[in-house]
Design a protein around this ligand. Structure first.
Ligand SMILES: C[S@@+](CC[C@H](N)C(=O)[O-])C[C@H]1O[C@@H](n2cnc3c(N)ncnc32)[C@H](O)[C@@H]1O
Length: 186
């Protein structure tokens, strides 16, 4: 079965090119970080954030050999502060996979206020043609409130952005949803 995370990868494969800058805003165990590192190629071009040191250690092992990845033990709300000056306004792809890390404590979870702050910072730093993908999970405690706030922010974006929403229509439980937001002009 196709998952919304597969659609996110598909969209980014068409967008992020070798030499581009990319951000993994929720590194976790580093699967998406590795995916982005493989897209951008062998220069210093992927920046990752997570608040869990243990997850970052797993991610660091996963991306070992990809010298172009810099991982930060800091929330994604640090994006503006920690991306290098040459990446500012030049991001081709930013991935968010919200919620909690499977296998880790479920109270270590993304939160509405920092998610909205990070999403705004990511959008501000997209180059034209760049894309944010965000997988949102309405099913866990606090997840619906976060999902509502994100959808509201995205619905109100100006015409410089094009936003697409995908979700399984015949799910019996709250299903993950994908938002893909492209910057189409300044
Ligand atoms: C669904 S998991 C991400 C899975 C990850 N993409 C992977 O490939 O393993 C969500 C992650 O968001 C992290 N997280 C929670 N709050 C965060 C924040 N403010 N900034 C960055 N990451 C955060 C959690 O620690 C968790 O690792």
């Amino acid at each position: 079965m196709l998952r919304v995370t597969d659609f996110a990868h598909q969209a980014l494969r068409q967008t992020v090119q070798p030499g581009d800058w990319a951000v993994d805003a929720t590194v976790g165990n580093g699967h998406d970080t590795l995916f982005l590192a493989q897209l951008v190629g062998p220069t210093v071009r992927v920046v990752g954030f997570d608040i869990q040191a243990t997850a970052l250690a797993v991610a660091a092992r996963r991306v070992a050999g990809h010298s172009q990845v810099s991982l930060h033990h800091c929330g994604h709300e640090c994006l503006n502060q920690l991306i290098p000056p040459e990446a500012q306004g030049q991001l081709a792809g930013v991935m968010f996979n919200l919620g909690y890390l499977p296998g880790a404590p479920k109270d270590i979870v993304t939160r509405t206020v920092s998610t909205l702050s990070a999403l705004n910072q990511a959008l501000d730093n997209l180059k034209i043609g760049g894309m944010v993908t965000m997988v949102i999970y309405p099913g866990h405690p606090g997840g619906e409130q976060e999902a509502n706030a994100v959808r509201d922010l995205v619905r109100a974006l100006p015409g410089a952005f094009s936003a697409t929403h995908a979700a399984r229509l015949n799910a019996t439980h709250p299903a993950p949803e994908l938002l893909v937001i492209e910057r189409i002009k300044i």
